[in-house]
Design a protein around this ligand. Sequence first.
Ligand code: FES
Length: 144
Amino acid sequence: MYTEKVMDHFRNPRNVGVIDNADGVGEVGNPVCGDMMTFYIKVKDHTITDVKYQTFGCGAAIAVSSMISELAIGKTLEEASHLTNNMVAEALGGLPEQKYHCSNLGADALHKAIEDYLSKHSDTLLKKENKQGINTTNENGREK
Ligand code: FES
């Protein structure tokens, strides 16, 4: 029923835990089964340098969390925000059809952690973009 990869990530989940001073935190729950995931990210220079998570859920949800943490580390925020549920399921060699909904939680929790980071750092990012020469004023010299 489960692929070897799913079983491996379920039995030996990677990157489990909490990042105390995380740069972004995302929490999601599935109201149908009651499973929950919280993702923590560390960000440096617009790149995800660490991911940890706490998953209270089924075996597929644990394997999905583990896999998405591996996929996200080292990616830029933009690249990581394009990771989809299908990509996670594919990286695990597939999930049984009735377990596909479990893969939604992983991508959603990661995306929420990224949104949380961006909401806290929008000022910093804007200043950085300005320094890099991105023009934020219109032709009259006013802020766009
Ligand atoms: S059964 Fe709830 S996430 Fe898998």
